[in-house]
Design a protein around this ligand. Structure first.
Ligand code: E4P
Length: 225
């Protein structure tokens, strides 16, 4: 499962890249709005930092298929290869997805709440389909189960589309999808930073250091004893 950062804050992205094995960045219009900066300025900065090989997912905002196509062309022109154009999984979006697929532009179908949206997006040629785990939970359904169903639908129908699960609240949600083998998950920096936050782990590491220092002296490590 690929692990992707769901944020546009360059400082946060740099911190996560320094400490965690991540595969790229996803954004959406709300995330870009939080930066309070010009969208392409932020996105170019992210692309410059993560490099040309990492995945960068950027969403169209236009309401019509024609407008989505124009947005997509500009996004790809500005941000280069390995840029995935996020397209909402609504009728105008399906129309745009089919046309983008014909042009060879990689699509991430987004705003997915139901398996049927994902199935149709996959048939339109989307590379990824992004179900919103936490938002589905908040509607009274089971977001993890929806993501698993979508994964199964793709495999059972010979569709190459991968699940890119989004909208996570905690480590357990991510682990379940990791165990199931979905293609990718995109997670906000604050959730990534608590994925392995656990007092038992910290205590174990501290006990090792304490015991070693008891043997060799305070502050000593394997490199200086
Ligand atoms: C991903 O495609 C979505 O834009 C995003 O992950 C939604 O997350 P949220 O529900 O935390 O806003």
């Amino acid at each position: 499962m690929k692990l992707i950062i769901d944020d546009a804050n360059i400082d946060q992205i740099k911190t996560i890249y320094e400490y965690y094995p991540v595969d790229g960045v996803t954004t959406n219009p709300t995330i870009l709005a939080k930066s309070k900066r010009a969208p392409y300025e932020v996105l170019r900065e992210i692309r410059g930092f993560i490099g040309g090989q990492a995945e960068l997912h950027v969403q169209v905002v236009a309401r019509t298929a024609a407008g989505m196509m124009e947005d997509a062309h500009r996004i790809v022109k500005e941000l280069g290869e390995n840029t995935f154009v996020k397209v909402p999984s609504v009728p105008e979006g399906f129309k745009a997805m089919m046309a983008l697929n014909r042009e060879g532009i990689a699509v991430t179908a987004t705003a997915i709440y139901t398996p049927m949206q994902a199935f149709l997006a996959a048939k339109c040629g989307a590379a990824y389909a992004a179900p919103y785990i936490n938002r589905i939970d908040n509607m009274g359904y089971n977001g993890i189960q929806v993501a698993k169903n979508i994964h199964d639908i793709f495999r059972n129908n010979g569709l190459k589309t991968q699940v890119l699960a989004a909208s996570f609240k905690n480590s357990q949600q991510l682990l379940e999808l990791c165990e199931y083998g979905v293609g990718a998950s995109t997670v906000s920096p604050d959730v990534i930073q608590v994925l392995v936050k656990n007092q038992a782990i910290d205590s174990a590491v501290e006990a090792f250091i304490h015991d070693f220092e008891g043997l060799t002296g305070s502050g000593k490590t394997m490199s200086d004893c």
